[in-house]
Unconditional design. Structure first.
Length: 320
């Protein structure tokens, strides 16, 4: 009959005094020595320290992540939510010891007081929640615009737009239905970002009454015509999808007001002066130069209603 092995507790295990194995616990069974690194076993004092959550490999928010100084190369921490009260994310952030210069961008790079960089895995795109989405604030537009602006700034600084298109992932909020309330315009530079909603969802823009809901253009200061051409065979821009839902994106406007006078005449008045989607550049630079062309860009699986117009094309440097 097989013999039941003896269970050992940590108090049963002596600490190595030999310098070759200092910092290890020794467990001997049947003349076989097992050496356990004690640095993997956090003490109570370590757990209760200001950044003690790093020993558990998780923290509650990005604000807490920024306070945690890593102790080993490529250390990882799971971030539960971007902000208190935000949606559950459980995003894995990894310490990058080779990066000592990248600034904190607020969605994929987070810098500690000691100068360490925690980074998300952006191979498949950026979860927009990590930009600080809070459903109580209805700030989805601000999160998307933050990521868009970062890509624009990087392209301008590097004088190159053809090697950096980012994917902005917008998860659903629940299995029973997703509606995001938008309170200001969402800006998407077609050559630099792709918005990818992860399932059917409604974007309710009914509170926007004096401006447009989505603007897909290159009208950013410094994002001028010819940017990156010399590095990409004189190609004007990157093209490709700008809005690419994995399902259908429904964009809802403020609708109309219908009134009937005493004679039975019906008057219909739009409740907004904006359009659902603006596609292309509508202006030129302050020096009457051209912004980066909007060329060969695409949108799919989008339905728009309740605006003065559903779609408006840009009238400058736009080739679709």
């Amino acid at each position: 009959m097989a013999q039941t092995p003896v269970t050992k507790t940590l108090t049963d295990l002596p600490v190595y005094a030999d310098t070759g194995y200092a910092g290890h616990l020794l467990y001997t069974d049947s003349n076989i020595e097992y050496r356990l690194p004690i640095n993997v076993i956090p003490t109570y004092a370590a757990l209760m320290s200001p950044d003690g959550e790093k020993y558990l490999g998780e923290c509650q928010s990005i604000a807490q992540l920024r306070t945690i100084e890593p102790t080993i190369s490529t250390q990882t921490i799971t971030v539960e939510r971007a902000v208190s009260g935000g949606p559950l994310i459980n995003a894995i952030c990894t310490y990058d010891p080779l990066d000592t210069t990248s600034p904190d961008n607020g969605f994929s790079i987070f810098v500690t007081p000691g100068g360490a960089r925690w980074k998300t895995n952006s191979i498949h795109g950026h979860n927009v929640f990590m930009a600080g989405f809070d459903p109580q604030l209805n700030n989805l537009h601000a999160c998307i615009n933050k990521i868009s602006q970062w890509y624009v700034s990087q392209a301008i600084a590097d004088v190159q737009i053809n090697n950096r298109k980012g994917i902005i992932l917008v998860p659903t909020l629940s299995d029973t239905g997703t509606t995001y309330t938008i309170t200001n315009t969402i800006f998407l530079p077609p050559s630099l970002v792709e918005l990818r909603p992860l399932g059917d969802m409604i974007v309710d823009c009914s509170s926007i009454t004096t401006t447009d809901a989505f603007v897909l253009s290159h009208e950013y200061v410094g994002l001028n015509s010819g940017l990156g051409n010399s590095k990409n065979g004189n190609s004007a821009d990157a093209g490709g999808y700008v809005i690419n839902p994995q399902g259908t994106l429904f964009i809802k406007g403020a609708g109309i007001t219908s009134t009937t006078d005493s004679s039975g005449n019906i008057t219909v008045t739009p409740n907004t002066t904006g359009v659902g989607i603006v596609f292309g550049n509508r202006t030129r630079t302050s020096g009457n130069g051209a912004y980066l062309n909007v060329r060969d860009a695409k949108v799919r699986n989008v339905r728009v209603w309740g605006f003065t117009g559903g779609l408006q094309f840009g009238n400058y440097d736009t080739y679709l």
